[in-house]
Design a protein around this ligand. Structure first.
Ligand SMILES: [Zn+2]
Length: 303
């Protein structure tokens, strides 16, 4: 039997918001079983659950909203929580954005290692993909297909000499996530940076927290991986799929996708009758599931 997990103790860090450029304090606290991941905006006294139903925007980052209050740039923290297998945690933030830190999930992984994990007395159910679902937008696409593990296969291609094509396929385990995915940083093209700033975005962006691609190469000293870009896309996908609210048992196949397509394919999985079911690991299905059932706690299954 595998149990749901929370943190062993509280941890905190401070950093700036990528888009606002303002300092934010982040605290991660242990939570009871089936609490899920919830953001608490301590500056305004509001809570925002990290689920697909609360997606408020996906312009260059994933924003969650609830009752008119939002929290931005949640995907790298969500990826770290999902990648390390943390199910229940309260995330306190005293501003509108999660700090960007170095633009990757590595600092969150370090923070979670510092916190340690603790099992809760409730079985950990997985959301198993039973039948493939797909969303397409021109040459971009995302598909969820059945698999024995959580896997991501990603390919990207941009109209830039440095980034014509990169592809990566791997099983997402805590170890693979920590070593191969978490350190990969956000990236952007120099030609887009000015446009973003004009629209009031990326005000906190710098070479400290993003890889910036110029006409002939990256402006940063060096990359952390030769294929850091596709690795970061995998990181974003793991974070966005965490909004399913349950660990995924299936394979994401994404081509030139992004936050909006990641969320769309996840939403389609829940909305398609018979496309997924909740299972206890290594066991037969315990309960059929529909989208509406995922919003509330699931009854403990009888074994
Ligand atoms: Zn990202």
């Amino acid at each position: 039997m595998i149990y749901r997990r929370t943190l062993r103790r509280e941890v905190a860090c401070t950093g700036i918001g990528l888009h606002s450029g303002k300092p934010v304090r982040l605290r991660l606290l242990p939570a009871p079983a089936e609490h899920g991941v919830r953001f608490a905006r301590t500056d305004v006294g509001a809570e925002i659950p990290a689920t697909l139903a609360h997606i408020g925007g996906q312009d260059h980052a994933t924003t969650l909203s609830h009752d008119g209050v939002s929290i931005g740039t949640v995907e790298h923290l969500l990826a770290a929580l999902s990648g390390l297998g943390v199910d229940d945690v309260r995330v306190e933030v005293d501003g509108p954005e999660v700090p960007v830190l170095d633009g990757s999930a590595a600092p969150f992984v370090i923070l979670l290692h510092e916190a340690g994990l603790r099992p809760l007395a409730v079985p950990r159910l997985l959301l198993r993909v039973v039948a493939p679902v797909e969303v397409r937008h021109g040459t971009k696409g995302a598909r969820l297909v059945p698999a024995d593990h959580f896997e991501v296969a990603y390919s990207i291609g941009f109209d830039h000499p440095l980034l014509r094509h990169q592809a990566l396929s791997l099983r997402i385990t805590p170890r693979n996530f920590t070593e191969a995915i978490a350190p990969a940083r956000t990236f952007g093209f120099l030609r887009e940076v000015e446009m973003l700033r004009k629209s009031g975005l990326a005000l906190g962006g710098s070479l400290e927290n993003a890889v910036v691609i110029g006409e002939t190469g990256v402006l940063n000293n060096k990359l952390r991986f030769e294929d850091e870009f596709v690795r970061h896309k995998v990181l974003d996908a793991v974070g966005d799929l965490a909004l399913l609210g349950r660990p995924l048992l299936g394979r994401l196949e994404a081509t030139r996708a992004g936050h909006a397509l990641h969320a769309a394919v996840a939403q389609k999985l829940l909305a398609t009758p018979g496309a997924c079911e909740l299972v206890a690991p290594e066991r037969a299905p315990v309960v059929g599931v529909r989208a509406k059932d995922l919003e509330g706690p699931v009854e403990s299954p009888a074994y």
